[in-house]
Design a protein around this ligand. Structure first.
Ligand code: B12
Ligand code: SF4
Ligand code: SF4
Length: 392
């Protein structure tokens, strides 16, 4: 069926509908189906990033690299990318007393893959109704799309030195969503200009030195990668750098000046749970129903054994001696060898008298290897951090 309206009118209506669906920003980038033009340098950077191994073991980045650099493989005849932004940082809840870990703010409440993903699908359905026959492809994080590149070209944000997309009023705490379509919509005249200037706050503050001065993030050093994406044992030399972070990391965003006056996102939409912002680490180790407790939460991505592994590292880093019985129990009883191996290391860091012998007697070689591995220096976390640190 022929469209009933011009592309310019359609875009104006689409922007209104996107607002109604909860998106603060909408922009359009032109898409070169084969990935040339303005997009070529972005594609080249992705290729260089992968070639240098900066994706760590995220093999899914390699598997779909071609689709990431050639948009027409995702949608034949693609002409435009509608880029949307949904603010996701709700106010920081007060930090309760006790052995608590820290969780990236996007994971305090509902899962954005669900919230933003559903809003994007509703917008797509609206578009299809308005423009019958239109071809679309949608991505919220998991599509094979270089989302930040399209955000920059759509004029809604620039890619900062931290590699985060930054909007001058909304800062960095936003989820990006991209809708490719085969209609030529009026695109932003140019990419958003970079506004980092001489600031290097994120490079200087990153606890693990993951951000190069040129704004390239090395996942092999990024806390977010280790605590969320990595399966298996976290290497001993990495563990101290994780500090108290047990799922993701917000340091490069918290220090970014563009976030300091950014408005908070709507708690009614995200429904943050204080105990997910500041999880009780011993609870994570011992709760039999942890998986069920996390229903609908992005925390589930790390799986129960990953969360327990991370909690053990945080307890060791915090030198939480009171947690030693729970750590020893994890070493003795947890069915997962990665959890037991991490527990052996954590218990030894906490001065356990029995951990080495227990680990040596374990049936799994991964655990036995932690019986007398050299103990790296344990980074002492400043447990006196204020309850509102990093928040507004
Ligand atoms: C893989 C991935 C990761 C990996 C790798 C991170 C990375 N920087 O690439 C890990 C697991 C470490 C990660 C961590 C995080 N992620 Co992530 N991640 C992704 C994912 C799936 C792909 C990113 C990608 O393609 N990386 C490859 C690199 C090459 O691409 P890029 O980072 O976009 O790089 C661009 C620029 O850095 C620039 N560039 C690269 N090299 C060079 C060199 C020079 C000289 C110059 C000038 C520029 C330049 O060009 C590149 C192409 O445009 C996207 C979703 C998506 N589909 O895009 C989410 C995404 C980027 N992540 C997101 C978030 C929120 C995070 C975390 C904040 C989560 C947390 N709190 O723990 C951290 C932040 C870490 C950081 N500083 O980047 C959001 C970012 C939103 C925003 N406002 O920018 C995204 C867009 C998901 C979403 N839909 O909202 N993530
Ligand atoms: S998320 Fe944390 S570890 Fe990763 S680059 Fe940012 S500050 Fe560094
Ligand atoms: S902290 Fe500074 S350098 Fe880093 S992204 Fe923000 S403005 Fe840019």
């Amino acid at each position: 069926m022929a469209p009933m309206t011009s592309p310019a009118t359609l875009l104006a209506e689409l922007e209104r509908e996107a607002k109604r669906q909860g998106f603060e920003l909408t922009g359009v980038a032109p898409v070169e189906p084969l990935g040339g033009g303005w997009f070529a340098p972005h594609a080249a950077r992705l290729e260089a990033w992968l070639a240098a191994g900066r994706h760590a073991d995220m093999e899914w980045m390699v598997r779909r690299a071609e689709e990431r650099t050639v948009p027409s493989l995702l949608l034949p005849g693609v002409k435009s990318a509608v880029v949307l932004w949904m603010a996701n940082r709700t106010p920081t809840p007060p930090r309760p007393a006790g052995a608590r870990g820290r969780v990236a703010s996007y994971a305090w409440g509902r899962d954005y893959h669900n919230v933003t993903g559903k809003a994007l699908k509703r917008l797509r359905n609206w578009l299809i109704e308005r423009w019958p026959g239109v071809g679309t492809y949608v991505s919220v994080d998991t599509g094979a799309v270089l989302e930040r590149a399209f955000a920059e070209r759509a004029g809604i944000a620039w890619i900062g030195r931290s590699s985060m997309a930054i909007h001058p009023r909304l800062g960095t705490y936003g989820t990006l969503a991209v809708l490719f379509c085969d209609v030529e919509l009026p695109a932003a005249p140019a990419s958003h200009p970079g506004r980092c200037g001489t600031c290097t706050a994120c490079v200087d503050a990153c606890p693990t030195g993951a951000i190069g001065p040129d704004g390239v993030v090395d996942a092999r050093k990024c806390i977010s990668y280790w605590t969320i994406e990595h399966r298996g044992l976290i290497p001993a030399e990495i563990r101290p750098g994780l500090g108290e972070w047990v799922f993701g990391c917000d340091v490069c965003q918290d220090v970014c000046p563009w976030n300091h006056k950014a408005p908070a996102a709507d708690p009614a939409l995200w429904r943050p749970v204080p105990a997910r912002a500041w999880p009780d680490l011993v609870d994570w180790l011992t709760a039999a129903d942890l998986d069920a407790q996390l229903d609908g939460s992005p925390l589930r991505r790390a799986k129960v054994e990953g969360l327990r592994r991370n909690a053990l590292i945080a307890l060791a880093n915090r030198r939480d001696h009171a947690a030693l019985p729970a750590v020893e129990r994890a070493l003795r009883e947890d069915p997962d060898p990665v959890v037991r191996a991490t527990a052996a290391w954590a218990a030894r860091c906490l001065g356990s008298a029995t951990a080495a012998a227990m680990a040596a007697a374990d049936p799994d070689p991964l655990v036995r290897a932690e019986a007398n591995s050299p103990l790296p220096p344990v980074a002492g976390c400043d447990t006196s951090q204020s309850a509102t640190e990093g928040g507004r």
